[in-house]
Design a protein around this ligand. Sequence first.
Ligand code: ADP
Length: 742
Amino acid sequence: MTTTSTPGQTTRIGILTSGGDAQGMNAAVRAVVRTAISNGARVFAIYEGFQGMVDGGAGIRELGWEDVGSILHKGGTLIGTFRSKDFRTWQGRRAAARNLLAHGIDRLVVIGGDGSLSGLDQFRADWPELLAELVASGELAQEVADAHPALMFAGLVGSIDNDLVGTDATIGADTALHRILEAIDALSSTAASHQRSFVVEVMGRHCGYLALMAAVAGGCDFAIIPEFPPAEGWEDRMCGALKRAREGGRRDTMVVVAEGARDRAGEPITSGYVRDVLEDRLGEDTRVTILGHVQRGGSPSAYDRWASTWLGYEAALEVLAATPGSVGPVIGFQGNRVVRVPLVEAVARTREVPELIRSGDYQQAMAHRGGAFQEMGAIFTELVDPTQEEVTPSSRRIAIIHAGGLAPGMNTAARDAVRLGLRRGHTMLGIRDGFPGLRDGQVDELGWAAVEDWLSSAGAELGVRRAMPTTEDLYPISRALEDHRVDGLLVIGGWNAYQAAHLLHRERERYPALRIPILCVPASIDNNLPGTELSIGADTALNIVTQAIDRLKVSGAAAKRAFVVETMGRYCGFLALASGLAGGAERVYLHEEGITLAELQADVEWLRQSFGAGRKLFLAVRNEAANPLYTTDFIARVLEEEGRGLYDVRQAVLGHVQQGGAPTPADRLLAARLVSKALHVLGEQLAAGRDDGGYVGLVQSRIEQSPLEHLNDDMDLKHRRPRHQWWMALRPVLRAVGDNPA
Ligand code: ADP
């Protein structure tokens, strides 16, 4: 058979998912398809991973805009995945090349793990020779081979293990953590009731990411990960640590074991063995829970939807811009920045990890996982140990206060601060009810056990008030700080918390009691704080909004319906834009861009046309402060009136439910990193006798600090948000995937 197909004018892209499935793959596929179509290209799904190319026929089918509608919220991968043995063979890849070219495809987006990516690289390397062979055998016309001299590609990492070296987050890892934390939270309550022990086994053959992060976010007592096998005698040390935790006030014991855990002799450490140790040596009633494939299941988290959508968008642009000479990258994240890393190097470094473990170079194995992973390992060791360190020169009395609006994760941050602070030799105090409470002297000492239940609970046990201190409050506040001998203040909260800290800092010349370091930790669902890309609570709020959107969509499925959903955020559009991406919105309305009548009119016309052509559902997300006149109600009425009966319109103002959720894994982990850093800075300043204070934040992958004096430097004070907001980079992504050009 001779194929004479030529590519024609339209660029053609193939997309496939391969290896283990991961939640968020659908979001990436949808984004690749829609971005490519938005840019005038055609996309072909290759079903069942590489096998679809090997088989050809129905294994390769074009996808249209609507074919990838309503898949964002689904787990797994709709185009199937497979571990193809055939593709590992020359003959298999030969058939794959022939079948791809039958569709004029020489550009691929592959979403998979390191195995799939190395298969892709093999295919790229073989391509010219495969084509030469096909031409020689008469299966391919020379001019077709000439028109496609190279395979161009972009790789995305789909892996719940988060194991690719060089990127911070892989598609599916955040959702897997959601599943694990749901289980650990559920087990914790039953375990605490019976004072029982649980051993929880999570996935991760060579990578301890899920185990370590689950241990920190789940308040577990001990974690065994492949990168850092426990040294001989670990059973005694584990039992000793668990005993100390029980004596310190823990009512249950939770040990997390990665499925690939081994000891230093290379012998597997099974969850069953850990149970036996706990039962034999501690006499604990111990149960094992192996989470297994539950971790791969369920609806993707908000992060795995918006971030995978971004990756898919970038991958499509990458392959569209590729030329036969370009080397395809793996596209991933460093923090909240999209990065392109060389595929061969990323795969090679990923595969070094098991080697490093085998050779006993555990430090290097940990280092391969990146700074945040190592940082979390160190934080975990401190969090679980209730024994207080020797009092050092920096050991002082540190008070924790919340202010601003309520943010999920405030409790986690306060709990972690108490435990880390105690561990570092400080006395930890809790101030009740924000600055009014401080004014009234509501300050209590907090012990290790007092914060036992705070980790996963919604709300703020210490109480939170928006009220800023008034000038009259300053004297009683400084008296209260003096009375309780407060040496340092940890302010966990939102905009008003930061401004209050700034005020106290400025007034320190007049009130000597205010000459203490004050450190701010960002906690606000609005995500509008200085010096940080994300604040504690924003991810939880985002998940709540995304789930609400999912339900609204189901409710509207039976009718032709347009929804206008209003999110919180004050003047910051992060929640609106990110939930618009995660929920599959066609439009978002942000204060950053404003709303004009001309745009609304264009939207109405587009909507009418679109519903006329068969659309069933439309979703717009509007930030609460997007425009003072074009309110959610106004927009909904305009859409309804102008729709002339083609569709009906419902509005949903989500309101305070957005502040009410139990913190997500990402918010708990962020809280741990931020308070750990804030306490370090406090400790340093106390030891040095300084009172500069500061605020901490996530900047790319790192936790950074800035001095309080600079608090308002880069802020748009009128609109209470940073002048530069990194997430505005998502704006074109939503346009590309939300706005069908047809
Ligand atoms: P993951 O992508 O999740 O790491 P695997 O390691 O199972 O999963 O790889 C997925 C598929 O990628 C394999 O079934 C095979 O089809 C393909 N593949 C992996 N390595 C190679 C290789 N060296 N050559 C060709 N194909 C490969």
